[in-house]
Design a protein around this ligand. Structure first.
Ligand code: PAF
Length: 284
Protein backbone atom coordinates (compact mmCIF):
# COMPACT_ATOMS: atom_id res chain seq x y z
CA UNK A 1 0.00 0.00 0.00
CA UNK A 2 1.26 3.50 -0.83
CA UNK A 3 0.47 6.12 1.78
CA UNK A 4 0.42 9.71 0.48
CA UNK A 5 -0.43 13.07 2.01
CA UNK A 6 -0.22 15.56 -0.88
CA UNK A 7 -2.16 15.91 -4.12
CA UNK A 8 1.10 15.71 -6.04
CA UNK A 9 2.02 12.37 -4.40
CA UNK A 10 -1.50 11.12 -5.01
CA UNK A 11 -1.26 11.92 -8.73
CA UNK A 12 2.11 10.16 -8.92
CA UNK A 13 0.74 7.08 -7.16
CA UNK A 14 -2.23 6.94 -9.52
CA UNK A 15 -0.16 7.25 -12.70
CA UNK A 16 1.27 3.81 -12.05
CA UNK A 17 -2.13 2.28 -11.14
CA UNK A 18 -3.28 -0.43 -13.51
CA UNK A 19 -6.54 -2.19 -14.30
CA UNK A 20 -9.85 -0.94 -15.63
CA UNK A 21 -11.40 0.05 -12.36
CA UNK A 22 -10.28 2.57 -9.81
CA UNK A 23 -12.49 2.45 -6.72
CA UNK A 24 -12.54 5.24 -4.14
CA UNK A 25 -13.63 4.89 -0.50
CA UNK A 26 -13.79 8.33 1.12
CA UNK A 27 -13.70 8.29 4.95
CA UNK A 28 -13.11 10.62 7.85
CA UNK A 29 -10.95 8.08 9.68
CA UNK A 30 -11.55 6.38 13.05
CA UNK A 31 -12.17 3.34 10.88
CA UNK A 32 -14.26 0.45 12.19
CA UNK A 33 -15.97 -2.74 11.01
CA UNK A 34 -18.39 -0.69 8.87
CA UNK A 35 -15.49 0.89 6.97
CA UNK A 36 -13.85 -2.53 6.62
CA UNK A 37 -16.99 -3.64 4.72
CA UNK A 38 -16.69 -0.62 2.39
CA UNK A 39 -13.02 -1.35 1.74
CA UNK A 40 -13.67 -5.04 1.09
CA UNK A 41 -16.47 -4.15 -1.34
CA UNK A 42 -14.08 -1.75 -3.08
CA UNK A 43 -11.46 -4.49 -3.36
CA UNK A 44 -14.05 -6.87 -4.87
CA UNK A 45 -15.18 -4.24 -7.36
CA UNK A 46 -11.63 -3.35 -8.39
CA UNK A 47 -10.58 -6.98 -8.82
CA UNK A 48 -6.98 -7.97 -8.42
CA UNK A 49 -5.79 -5.75 -11.30
CA UNK A 50 -7.73 -2.64 -10.35
CA UNK A 51 -6.83 0.05 -7.86
CA UNK A 52 -8.48 0.77 -4.49
CA UNK A 53 -7.96 4.28 -3.15
CA UNK A 54 -9.05 5.16 0.39
CA UNK A 55 -9.02 8.67 1.77
CA UNK A 56 -8.86 9.52 5.46
CA UNK A 57 -9.68 13.19 5.92
CA UNK A 58 -11.56 14.71 8.83
CA UNK A 59 -13.33 17.31 6.74
CA UNK A 60 -13.74 20.48 8.84
CA UNK A 61 -16.07 22.04 6.28
CA UNK A 62 -18.89 19.57 6.97
CA UNK A 63 -18.98 20.10 10.74
CA UNK A 64 -21.59 22.56 11.97
CA UNK A 65 -20.46 22.10 15.56
CA UNK A 66 -16.91 22.91 16.72
CA UNK A 67 -17.09 20.52 19.71
CA UNK A 68 -18.10 17.64 17.44
CA UNK A 69 -15.07 18.30 15.22
CA UNK A 70 -12.57 18.71 18.06
CA UNK A 71 -13.73 15.54 19.85
CA UNK A 72 -14.11 13.39 16.72
CA UNK A 73 -11.90 10.30 17.23
CA UNK A 74 -8.57 10.22 15.33
CA UNK A 75 -6.48 7.03 14.96
CA UNK A 76 -4.29 7.50 11.91
CA UNK A 77 -1.97 4.54 12.49
CA UNK A 78 -4.80 2.09 13.19
CA UNK A 79 -6.62 3.46 10.14
CA UNK A 80 -3.60 2.83 7.94
CA UNK A 81 -3.29 -0.72 9.30
CA UNK A 82 -6.96 -1.49 8.58
CA UNK A 83 -6.60 -0.13 5.04
CA UNK A 84 -3.55 -2.31 4.49
CA UNK A 85 -5.40 -5.36 5.86
CA UNK A 86 -8.38 -4.71 3.57
CA UNK A 87 -6.25 -4.54 0.43
CA UNK A 88 -6.12 -0.78 -0.20
CA UNK A 89 -3.53 0.18 -2.85
CA UNK A 90 -3.31 3.92 -2.20
CA UNK A 91 -4.17 5.67 1.06
CA UNK A 92 -4.59 9.45 0.84
CA UNK A 93 -4.32 11.29 4.18
CA UNK A 94 -4.15 15.01 3.42
CA UNK A 95 -4.01 17.86 5.94
CA UNK A 96 -6.77 20.53 5.85
CA UNK A 97 -4.17 22.96 4.39
CA UNK A 98 -3.42 20.51 1.58
CA UNK A 99 -7.11 20.01 0.88
CA UNK A 100 -8.36 23.60 1.05
CA UNK A 101 -7.02 26.96 -0.08
CA UNK A 102 -7.29 29.52 2.72
CA UNK A 103 -9.35 31.80 0.43
CA UNK A 104 -11.46 29.06 -1.18
CA UNK A 105 -14.74 30.47 -2.46
CA UNK A 106 -16.48 27.67 -4.36
CA UNK A 107 -19.52 25.83 -3.03
CA UNK A 108 -21.17 22.59 -4.17
CA UNK A 109 -24.66 22.59 -2.81
CA UNK A 110 -27.60 20.26 -3.33
CA UNK A 111 -30.81 22.19 -2.80
CA UNK A 112 -33.69 19.73 -2.67
CA UNK A 113 -32.93 16.47 -0.88
CA UNK A 114 -30.87 18.36 1.72
CA UNK A 115 -33.89 20.26 2.99
CA UNK A 116 -35.10 17.37 5.17
CA UNK A 117 -33.75 15.35 8.12
CA UNK A 118 -30.04 15.99 8.86
CA UNK A 119 -29.88 18.71 6.21
CA UNK A 120 -32.51 20.74 8.05
CA UNK A 121 -30.79 20.24 11.41
CA UNK A 122 -27.16 20.71 10.35
CA UNK A 123 -26.94 23.81 8.13
CA UNK A 124 -24.06 23.59 5.67
CA UNK A 125 -23.30 19.96 6.49
CA UNK A 126 -24.20 18.42 3.14
CA UNK A 127 -22.63 21.30 1.21
CA UNK A 128 -19.41 20.45 3.08
CA UNK A 129 -19.79 16.77 2.21
CA UNK A 130 -20.48 17.54 -1.47
CA UNK A 131 -17.52 19.91 -1.65
CA UNK A 132 -15.00 17.43 -0.25
CA UNK A 133 -16.36 14.46 -2.20
CA UNK A 134 -16.37 16.42 -5.48
CA UNK A 135 -12.76 17.43 -4.82
CA UNK A 136 -11.82 13.81 -4.09
CA UNK A 137 -13.60 12.70 -7.27
CA UNK A 138 -11.59 15.26 -9.27
CA UNK A 139 -8.28 14.29 -7.65
CA UNK A 140 -8.72 10.51 -7.82
CA UNK A 141 -10.91 10.23 -10.96
CA UNK A 142 -12.37 6.91 -9.85
CA UNK A 143 -14.63 4.71 -11.95
CA UNK A 144 -16.54 3.74 -8.79
CA UNK A 145 -16.96 4.99 -5.24
CA UNK A 146 -18.28 3.18 -2.18
CA UNK A 147 -20.31 4.72 0.67
CA UNK A 148 -22.19 3.35 3.68
CA UNK A 149 -25.99 3.20 3.58
CA UNK A 150 -26.01 4.17 7.23
CA UNK A 151 -25.74 7.77 6.03
CA UNK A 152 -28.79 7.23 3.84
CA UNK A 153 -29.45 10.89 3.06
CA UNK A 154 -25.76 11.55 2.33
CA UNK A 155 -25.71 8.72 -0.22
CA UNK A 156 -28.88 10.02 -1.90
CA UNK A 157 -27.41 13.53 -2.13
CA UNK A 158 -24.12 12.23 -3.52
CA UNK A 159 -26.03 10.20 -6.13
CA UNK A 160 -27.80 13.42 -7.10
CA UNK A 161 -24.45 15.25 -7.30
CA UNK A 162 -23.01 12.55 -9.57
CA UNK A 163 -26.10 12.71 -11.80
CA UNK A 164 -26.47 16.48 -11.96
CA UNK A 165 -22.74 17.25 -12.37
CA UNK A 166 -22.17 14.38 -14.83
CA UNK A 167 -19.46 12.59 -12.91
CA UNK A 168 -18.79 9.34 -14.82
CA UNK A 169 -18.66 7.43 -11.55
CA UNK A 170 -20.82 4.55 -10.28
CA UNK A 171 -21.74 4.85 -6.62
CA UNK A 172 -22.22 1.73 -4.50
CA UNK A 173 -24.08 1.69 -1.19
CA UNK A 174 -23.07 -0.88 1.42
CA UNK A 175 -25.62 -1.96 4.07
CA UNK A 176 -25.23 -0.69 7.62
CA UNK A 177 -23.08 -2.90 9.83
CA UNK A 178 -24.62 -3.41 13.27
CA UNK A 179 -23.42 -4.72 16.59
CA UNK A 180 -25.29 -7.85 17.81
CA UNK A 181 -27.37 -5.44 19.96
CA UNK A 182 -28.62 -3.74 16.77
CA UNK A 183 -26.59 -0.55 17.34
CA UNK A 184 -25.34 0.79 14.01
CA UNK A 185 -21.54 0.87 14.08
CA UNK A 186 -20.28 4.46 13.94
CA UNK A 187 -17.05 6.28 14.76
CA UNK A 188 -18.99 8.34 17.27
CA UNK A 189 -19.95 5.22 19.30
CA UNK A 190 -16.51 5.13 20.88
CA UNK A 191 -17.32 8.38 22.69
CA UNK A 192 -20.40 6.88 24.37
CA UNK A 193 -20.11 6.21 28.10
CA UNK A 194 -20.76 2.69 29.40
CA UNK A 195 -24.30 3.64 30.33
CA UNK A 196 -25.03 5.36 27.01
CA UNK A 197 -23.76 2.27 25.21
CA UNK A 198 -26.31 0.16 27.09
CA UNK A 199 -29.12 2.46 25.96
CA UNK A 200 -27.94 3.31 22.43
CA UNK A 201 -29.34 0.11 20.78
CA UNK A 202 -32.82 1.24 21.84
CA UNK A 203 -32.76 3.83 19.05
CA UNK A 204 -32.82 1.16 16.33
CA UNK A 205 -35.26 -0.95 18.36
CA UNK A 206 -37.65 2.05 18.50
CA UNK A 207 -37.39 2.62 14.75
CA UNK A 208 -38.04 -1.05 14.03
CA UNK A 209 -41.06 -1.02 16.32
CA UNK A 210 -42.34 2.11 14.55
CA UNK A 211 -41.85 0.54 11.12
CA UNK A 212 -43.74 -2.58 12.24
CA UNK A 213 -46.61 -0.40 13.49
CA UNK A 214 -46.73 1.43 10.16
CA UNK A 215 -46.76 -1.79 8.18
CA UNK A 216 -49.56 -3.03 10.46
CA UNK A 217 -51.67 0.00 9.48
CA UNK A 218 -50.72 3.02 11.62
CA UNK A 219 -50.60 6.41 9.92
CA UNK A 220 -47.31 8.24 9.39
CA UNK A 221 -48.14 10.69 12.20
CA UNK A 222 -48.93 7.89 14.68
CA UNK A 223 -45.78 6.03 13.68
CA UNK A 224 -43.64 9.09 14.38
CA UNK A 225 -45.43 9.49 17.71
CA UNK A 226 -44.82 5.84 18.66
CA UNK A 227 -41.10 6.16 17.91
CA UNK A 228 -40.86 9.53 19.69
CA UNK A 229 -42.48 8.12 22.83
CA UNK A 230 -40.18 5.09 22.83
CA UNK A 231 -37.08 7.26 22.46
CA UNK A 232 -38.29 9.60 25.18
CA UNK A 233 -38.08 6.69 27.63
CA UNK A 234 -34.33 6.25 26.93
CA UNK A 235 -32.46 7.93 29.81
CA UNK A 236 -30.13 10.85 29.01
CA UNK A 237 -31.33 11.44 25.46
CA UNK A 238 -32.68 14.42 23.55
CA UNK A 239 -34.44 14.00 20.21
CA UNK A 240 -33.13 16.04 17.29
CA UNK A 241 -35.74 14.65 14.91
CA UNK A 242 -37.97 11.67 14.24
CA UNK A 243 -39.40 11.85 10.73
CA UNK A 244 -40.98 9.78 8.01
CA UNK A 245 -40.28 10.79 4.41
CA UNK A 246 -40.37 9.41 0.89
CA UNK A 247 -37.00 7.69 0.62
CA UNK A 248 -36.33 8.89 -2.94
CA UNK A 249 -37.49 12.51 -2.74
CA UNK A 250 -37.21 13.08 1.03
CA UNK A 251 -40.61 14.77 0.85
CA UNK A 252 -42.52 14.53 4.15
CA UNK A 253 -45.61 12.31 4.19
CA UNK A 254 -49.11 13.70 4.61
CA UNK A 255 -49.97 13.72 8.30
CA UNK A 256 -52.64 11.00 8.05
CA UNK A 257 -51.04 9.23 5.17
CA UNK A 258 -50.56 5.56 4.84
CA UNK A 259 -48.58 5.48 1.62
CA UNK A 260 -46.86 2.58 -0.05
CA UNK A 261 -43.05 2.52 0.08
CA UNK A 262 -40.26 3.19 -0.47
CA UNK A 263 -40.34 5.24 2.71
CA UNK A 264 -37.80 6.14 5.31
CA UNK A 265 -38.36 6.32 9.04
CA UNK A 266 -35.33 8.16 10.42
CA UNK A 267 -34.16 9.67 13.68
CA UNK A 268 -31.29 11.66 15.12
CA UNK A 269 -30.90 11.53 18.88
CA UNK A 270 -28.43 13.14 21.26
CA UNK A 271 -26.96 10.80 23.84
CA UNK A 272 -25.43 13.50 26.01
CA UNK A 273 -23.02 15.31 23.66
CA UNK A 274 -23.06 12.56 21.02
CA UNK A 275 -25.53 12.66 18.18
CA UNK A 276 -26.45 9.28 16.71
CA UNK A 277 -28.52 8.77 13.57
CA UNK A 278 -30.31 5.67 12.35
CA UNK A 279 -33.17 4.73 10.02
CA UNK A 280 -35.38 1.93 8.79
CA UNK A 281 -36.44 1.61 5.17
CA UNK A 282 -40.04 0.61 4.51
CA UNK A 283 -40.06 -0.90 1.07
CA UNK A 284 -43.53 -2.27 0.49
O1 PAF B 1 -19.43 9.64 5.51
C1 PAF B 1 -18.33 10.19 5.78
O2 PAF B 1 -17.49 9.64 6.48
C2 PAF B 1 -18.06 11.58 5.24
O3 PAF B 1 -19.21 12.35 5.22
C3 PAF B 1 -17.38 11.58 3.86
C4 PAF B 1 -18.28 10.97 2.78
C5 PAF B 1 -16.09 10.79 3.93
C6 PAF B 1 -17.04 13.00 3.42
O4 PAF B 1 -16.19 13.62 4.32
Amino acid sequence: MRRVTTKRELRAALVSSKGERRVLVPTMGALHAGHAELLRRARDLAGKDGCVVASVFLNPVQFDNEADLSTYPRHQEDDAQLCEDCGVDVLFMPTPQEMYYADRSMVVEEKLLSRALCGAKRPGHFAGVCLVVSKLFNMVQPTDAVFGKKDFQQLAILRRMVRDLDYPITLHGVPTVREPSGLAISSRNERLTGEQRVHAPKLYAALKQGAAAYVAGESAANTVEIVTKLIETIPGTRIDYVEMVQSETFEPLEIDAHEEGPLLLAAAVWFGEIRLIDHVEILR
